[in-house]
Design a protein around this ligand. Structure first.
Ligand code: HEC
Ligand code: HEC
Length: 363
């Protein structure tokens, strides 16, 4: 593994020389689930407390309200197509054992994935990332990641080498806390479990100049479905195909649509496949010919464009700075906010094999 990264390191060294002045891109607020950039550090009033409260804070991003506290839990049972199981809303959003709608879609979950660990305040991985590891735009898809990469990045979260460039992003702070509280064995088990499931098609990219109006809830864009549209601007708007099924039911088979500016996929293709005349480095060298990952390097194809852009910006800002992220430095150094959008529109549009039963275009 060391040798593998060493070879890549040499391949990328020459690029460092070519790279010119470091430009810092405009804050891609949309990718962090906000409409505006964070206030500059030290300015008052402070941003909403990270990791707590409702709205943009950690509690909402962690998956809504917990059942059982205060008002009597709503006993209504909910159903989804293709499963006989039924759950209440409290069960669906239970932080220490959320609904597993389709147990046949995956192998047995390790305890830490299915239920987390209450004594250490570790919320079940399956609440945010779902039992099949599909995740959502405001967190991450974790299935199909190379085990070695998964473990390395968990250690980076733990050791202060991976945090969000946006201090308002409370759920990333929670992720850091989980990595700190987990045992090596729990990390290994989670890496093996999610790594054993291939990444499959889940997101459909649509180029458009106008997008449906949305609201942001817990870091995720939800369509208002009021018939109104607005200019897309330099953003990718990634929303559930079916708001109810994703947001209320946490349906791990109901996918996403990512609206991207007209022309962005083609622009991204040039940057990703050629490096755009030294503006960046062709990604296939390290991420594999089809961008589905290579050795310990994670795949990019078909993954959440919001997630991808957050990582590129975090790396450019230096809040994601693990030893492996060194290899990404010359890649991100000169990228602009427009480049981020183009690159992520292209990578998200790369086809992946479908998962049986997954809804990618249902409304
Ligand atoms: C409260 C929601 C939440 C829970 C619960 C959660 N995570 Fe995460 N996780 C996140 C967020 C948010 C990110 C993305 C951080 C970012 O974009 O800044 C993330 C990212 C990750 C990544 C990085 C993926 C990549 O491609 O690099 C891994 C690995 C991961 N989580 C593993 C886990 C494991 C294992 C558990 C269970 C112990 C877990 N997570 C529980 C919110 C959560
Ligand atoms: C020289 C090798 C190399 C090249 C070229 C390269 N990458 Fe990477 N990339 C890596 C490595 C290694 C990692 C893991 C970094 C870490 O662990 O922090 C990574 C991680 C990433 C991540 C984070 C993935 C995740 O799951 O969190 C993104 C996004 C990414 N690269 C995008 C790109 C894009 C886009 C390009 C081309 C424009 C590119 N990379 C070119 C080596 C490379």
């Amino acid at each position: 593994m060391r040798r593998f990264l060493g070879v890549l390191m040499c391949a990328s060294a020459s690029v460092l020389v070519v790279a010119g002045l470091q430009a810092v891109a405009e804050h891609p607020s949309w990718a962090y689930g906000f409409t505006t950039p964070p206030p500059p550090p030290g300015s008052a009033p402070a941003a909403p407390a990270a990791g707590g409260g409702r709205g943009g804070g950690g509690a909402a991003q962690a998956g809504g309200r917990q059942g059982g506290g205060g008002a009597a839990a709503d006993p209504t049972l909910h159903s989804l197509p293709g499963t006989n199981l039924q759950f209440t809303r409290a069960q669906i959003a239970n932080r220490f054992g959320p609904a597993d709608w389709y147990p046949g879609d995956h192998t047995a979950m390790p305890e830490i994935v299915a239920r987390g660990r209450m004594d250490a305040n570790i919320i079940a991985c399956s609440l945010c990332h779902m039992p099949n590891g599909k995740g959502r735009p405001e967190n991450a898809g974790v299935s199909g990641l190379p085990e070695e990469y998964f473990i390395q990045t968990m250690l980076d979260f733990r050791n202060g080498r991976r945090s969000s460039a946006d201090p308002r992003k409370g759920n990333t702070n929670l992720m850091v806390n989980f990595a700190k509280a987990m045992t090596e064995e729990e990390i290994r088990q989670a890496a093996a479990y999610f790594g054993s499931m291939p990444w499959t098609q889940w997101i459909r990219v649509v180029e458009t100049n106008t997008v449906p109006q949305t609201r942001i809830q817990g870091g995720m864009f939800l369509r208002l479905d009021n018939g109104m549209t607005e200019p897309i601007g330099n953003r990718i708007i990634e929303a559930p195909e079916n708001t109810e099924r994703t947001e209320v039911m946490r349906d791990p088979r109901s996918g996403f649509v990512a609206y991207a500016p007209v022309g962005s996929i083609a622009r991204g293709q040039t940057l990703v496949t050629t490096g755009g005349n030294g503006r960046t480095v062709a990604c296939a060298t390290c991420h594999g010919a089809t961008l589905q990952g290579m050795g310990p390097v994670p795949g990019l194809a078909g993954r959440s464009p919001s997630y991808i852009v957050r990582q590129l910006y975090d790396m450019q800002m230096g809040t994601r700075k693990g030893s492996w992220a060194e290899l990404m430095k010359p890649v991100v150094e000169n990228l602009t906010a427009e480049d981020f959008v183009a690159i992520a529109a292209y990578t998200a549009s790369r086809p992946m094999p479908p998962a049986p039963g997954t809804q990618t275009a249902a409304r």
